[in-house]
Design a protein around this ligand. Structure first.
Ligand code: NAD
Length: 264
């Protein structure tokens, strides 16, 4: 428990259930004293999101489908009416047709390519664009990415291409908003079993591979992503923008792992 975010107001987008990365981040922010608002996609999720929001002291639970700009505008109008300003946003949203998160990237359809880019990349740009106006005292914007942006990972396919574009957009927006004291960063999280991840082919194999081959010899948790998010969202990260911070048990530094057996 700290006061790192005491008096700060943050919008968390992408909470689906208690396995969501957004939930790990929300809890870390609340423990640091933040006041939180949540957006959710579709009526079906409301009954899950409302009680979770209540657990972290929030009754601001608003619908937003990021593929609809009117819906994004309505969300930010509601935040402005309620709070007047905003200190941070967390964008923990991604989507692609799960039939194309297996097989070959080269077979991606145009429709799914555009939809994946729209929901997983452009939506972060769109929400940062709206948040900027409300971040009158500086601010911090955070999105979630994955190593599949940098290297080929099994089945990640079009999502890897989208994450590469998302990471580039983090750098461009960091430059756009830096003058105003608004920072824009991403966390590249190691694989975590969530609803979205379960759509990726052979996800259990990816989890096991990371566990066996990362320097820490294990996978990361939602809590660990939450703690790192706290660094980027709070004053601890005041000198950091345009960054992609790996929270992946070190997996991204490994070219080839040494054999663990001592006598080989
Ligand atoms: P999750 O299923 O809990 O969250 C994904 C969220 O995206 C859901 O809340 C869903 O409602 C939301 N979403 C999808 N389409 C939307 C739309 N049109 N409008 C509004 N919201 C929409 O899964 P998660 O793993 O917590 O995913 C959060 C982020 O973390 C994603 O960007 C994902 O790519 C990223 N990530 C996940 C992992 C992992 O292994 N789980 C690793 C690295 C990065």
């Amino acid at each position: 428990q700290t006061d790192l975010l005491k008096g700060k107001r943050g919008l968390i987008m992408g909470l689906a259930n208690d396995k969501s990365i957004a939930w790990g981040i929300a809890r870390a922010c609340r423990e640091a004293g933040a006041d939180l608002a949540f957006s959710y996609q579709g009526d079906a999720l409301l009954k899950r999101v409302r009680p979770l929001a209540a657990e972290v002291g929030s009754d601001i639970v608003l619908p937003c489908d990021v593929s609809d700009m009117a819906s994004v505008d309505t969300l930010f109008a509601a935040i402005e009416e309620r709070w007047g300003r905003l200190d941070f946003i967390v964008h923990a949203i991604g989507f692609s047709d799960k039939d194309q998160l297996r097989g070959r990237y080269v077979d991606t359809t145009r429709d799914n390519f555009l939809n994946t880019m729209d929901i997983s990349v452009f939506s972060f740009t769109a929400v940062v664009n709206r948040a900027e106006r409300l971040m009158t005292e500086g601010g911090s914007c955070l999105t979630l990415t994955y190593y599949g942006a940098e290297r080929v990972m099994p089945h990640y396919n079009v999502m890897g291409v989208a994450k590469a574009a998302l990471e580039a957009s983090v750098r461009y927006m960091a430059e756009d908003l830096g003058k105003k004291g608004v920072r824009v960063n991403a966390i590249s999280a190691g694989p975590i079993k969530t609803l979205a991840a379960s759509g990726i082919g052979d996800f259990r194999y990816i989890l096991k591979w990371n566990e066996l081959n990362s320097p820490l010899r294990r996978n990361v948790t939602q809590e660990e992503v939450g703690k790192s998010a706290l660094y980027l969202l709070s004053d601890l990260g005041s000198g950091t923008t345009g960054e992609v911070l790996h929270v992946d048990a070190g997996y991204h530094v490994v070219g080839m792992k040494a054999v663990d057996a001592p006598d080989i």
